[in-house]
Design a protein around this ligand. Structure first.
Ligand code: SF4
Length: 131
């Protein structure tokens, strides 16, 4: 699978129930206002369930009481974000993060993606490799 294959669904985006059909790869925006997938931050997260959490920028909701408005209302708020990251590189970063001393002490055992999409996806960490 080529790197760009990961992004093909963004040419006529129907990733959420808004089904905007925006060509996000050409800079068109839908309700979420995000073109290329943007990461706000990626880090070990101690709140249960302990995980390496990737916070995605933007949101397809516009809740007035959002506690994460610096992330969810990007790009309209102009807040600094981490940016786009190659999925292979991001996967390595997540797995390596779980394998750190902090990750083990915390008991982090999963990669969690946090964002506005209404379909949560939790990936359990594969069994630890033995040498
Ligand atoms: S809100 Fe964003 S993710 Fe949802 S369909 Fe529109 S462009 Fe795609």
């Amino acid at each position: 699978m080529g790197q760009s294959d990961f992004l093909e669904d963004l040419r006529t985006c129907e990733l959420c129930e808004h089904r905007c059909r925006a060509n996000r790869l050409e800079g068109q925006t839908g309700v979420c206002r995000i073109t290329t997938p943007t990461i706000a931050s990626a880090t070990l997260h101690p709140a249960p369930p302990e995980s390496y959490t990737v916070f995605m920028s933007g949101c397809n909701f516009k809740c007035l009481n959002c506690q994460n408005w610096t992330i969810s209302q990007y790009p309209d708020n102009g807040c600094k974000q981490k940016g786009y990251e190659d999925p292979h590189k991001l996967a390595e970063e997540c797995v390596n993060g779980l394998d750190t001393l902090s990750g083990r002490v915390m008991g982090a055992d999963r990669i969690f993606f946090s964002g506005g999409v209404t379909k949560p996806k939790i990936h359990k960490k594969p069994p630890r490799r033995t040498a």
